[in-house]
Design a protein. Sequence first.
Length: 450
Amino acid sequence: MRRAVAILPPLLAAVCAFARPQPGIGVFVNGEEIPYRDGGVSPQTGVHYSKSQDMFFIQPADADTPVVLSGRNVEDNISFMVIAPATIRFENLDLRTSVTNRSPFIVEDGAVVTLVLSGENRLEAGPGAAGLRMLDYCRLTITNAPGEEAASLVAVGGSGGAGIGTDTAPEKPYSLSLCGGIVDARGGAGAAGIGKGTAGRLDELNVNGGTAWARGGGSALDFSSGFENELGHQFIRGGSFDVARYGFQPTGANYQDVYPVVVRDDDWQTGDPVSVAVESSVAGFTYATNGIFVGPDGAIHLWLPKGTHALTVDGVDAEAVLNYSTTSLDLDISTPKISFADWCARFGLEPREDAVTDGEPNILRYVFGRRCGPLPMPTLNPEPKYPTAVMPPRKHTYPKSKLALVGVTDLTYPAYKWEDFGEDPDMPDRWVWSGPGYPKSLFVRYRIEY
């Protein structure tokens, strides 16, 4: 009896430990956190854990009902594999692996999968693995959730692994289609950003919209189909697709070869949305322009056939003419901006650097490190509150810039302070003075707006 009593406490402790909920892995399926490698996710999610393969398998009962993955795990080498037709939605998902030959997300042999992007997502693999790995004869379509054209995916392969595609195994995925969202694919050493790792091949690439850029690791191509002489089927029918090094000649919507047309503007920043319209003289050619954003090189990358194309990019008209002697174009649609000195000359302003009146700069606004000097002395009305100076209009327009009157002061009396105007001031009613008497030296403040 004493022996049984002695055994009881550790036995109870073991039972309690077994019954204690397992810690989650930080990744959620349809809002439910996955317990740490114990397969405890509810069956209706279609996700289960295989201990023998140390992998989470996704096999939904309904391919059209999205399985939503969210959360972050960068420490436990978590890996998901889609093994049946499915719609997967990434919502701010961050998965990273560091062990050899282990991808964080895999599309199984023959699976047909639609990946919907929401928020910012990242997949990063360890050595020998693709960031998003595609196996034999699978089909993967990547697009954005409705209303989220800027939703993004960064896919980073380890050495020998593509950002999206194959890695060191001789897999042969059938097709990858990019239809929306922002995709940033980076290959590991010796692997393409999109397509082929150090082994395998991608039979078909379709770029139908959205924005994507791909960079190969080391000397590898940015896109590589893996076929001998880079043959295969590559279609670019829309969007912005930035590949600097590629070994294929893609075709467009009318099955004619298409060529890169790079468009840039000095005002653009990476991630800015860009409106694009394309009218082509080429019969049967159309080009989808949904979800186009400025890439990290400050440009967008269109693909057009030989012929004449009228472009309207952010309201600026341009023409792209491709022919047998011109098979790539770099169009700069930036509008020259008027300089500060030109503004001053145009409107009779005196640029002054150092003049000071009553301890205040005689120049009224720093623009490009300079100040803008006084106008000729205006005539004032009898009411000291409202000067009736004859001045240039409040805003003078010039290509991509305007001169805006943003303040006025009288520097004769130190008590007078700047009166700043809002976006759409009532003038001259907003020219209100705070000191006694009549202004003797009236100065106005301008700024150049772009």
